[in-house]
Design a binder for this molecule. Structure first.
Ligand code: HEC
Ligand code: HEC
Length: 198
């Protein structure tokens, strides 16, 4: 299946009628996910994203890719966690995660110069046009605000190197012209949202 078909598949999964009998409530099943992704999806684990507040459609699409082992460079632990999930599971996790509180702003002290460079780059490349002006994300476009800095940088590098194939052309086009130090400034800026709001 082509990557673009992920959108169509995720749409179908999202639109299916809910299943009334879940073997175990999702609130219990997500405990396994919290081991890596942190309580309430606020990650304290290096290179592991916070999940709280991600749009449910985005979550469904990414779990779909993990389940098929088609999200490049994903650690085995995540691929294993997604293995065997049904379409109903994907939708249930998506809906649950979207209702979790978004992660708080980074607790460290942002570097003002880097954050300002990141803000200028985000403006120039219209990141907010897709990810929302407050980077809260929508539909299949990830929430970026206050995501872990190390994970943001990893995902940008993964797209840039072609290891993670974006299913939207938008990300591919945006990343072509960006240098590695610019990716780092963008990640720094977004990780401290809204502390460094321009
Ligand atoms: C062993 C640790 C581990 C476990 C357990 C785990 N994950 Fe993950 N997860 C990760 C890592 C690491 C990534 C980042 C993968 C990458 O770099 O591409 C990730 C990525 C994700 C993403 C993509 C987020 C984004 O911003 O793109 C979603 C959604 C997700 N996990 C959901 C889940 C759910 C739901 C569960 C439980 C069923 C789960 N994870 C269990 C480690 C884990
Ligand atoms: C044309 C729309 C569009 C634009 C413009 C855009 N993005 Fe994205 N972005 C997406 C979509 C859609 C995804 C998720 C799906 C995918 O993998 O293609 C995504 C995913 C991401 C991710 C991965 C998030 C995660 O949790 O794994 C990051 C980081 C990101 N974008 C940052 C940026 C930055 C920084 C900019 C500006 C320099 C930007 N995006 C511009 C559409 C866009």
């Amino acid at each position: 299946m082509r990557l673009r078909a992920v959108i169509a598949a995720a749409l179908l999964i999202s639109a299916a009628p809910p299943v009334l009998s879940q073997p175990q409530p999702i609130a219990q099943r997500i405990e396994l996910c919290y081991v890596c992704h942190g309580r309430n999806g606020h990650s304290q684990t290096p290179l592991t994203p916070s999940l709280g507040g991600q749009p449910s459609f985005y979550v469904v699409a990414q779990l779909f890719l993990f389940r098929d082992a088609r999200r490049g460079n994903a650690p085995q632990g995540m691929t294993d966690a997604a293995k065997g999930l049904t379409n109903d599971d994907l939708r249930a996790f998506g809906e649950y995660i979207a209702r979790l509180p978004p992660p708080p702003a980074g607790s460290g002290v942002p570097d003002a110069a880097r954050a300002a460079r990141g803000a200028a780059l985000a403006e120039q490349h219209h990141c907010g046009a897709c990810h929302n002006p407050d980077y809260s994300g929508r539909e299949n476009m990830a929430r970026l605000a206050n995501q872990r800095e190390d994970y943001l940088l990893k995902s940008l590098r993964d797209y840039k190197s072609g290891v993670r194939l974006p299913y939207s052309r938008g990300m591919e086009e945006v990343l072509v012209s960006l240098k590695d130090e610019e990716l780092a400034d963008l990640a720094h800026y977004l990780a401290y949202w809204p502390a460094r709001r321009p």
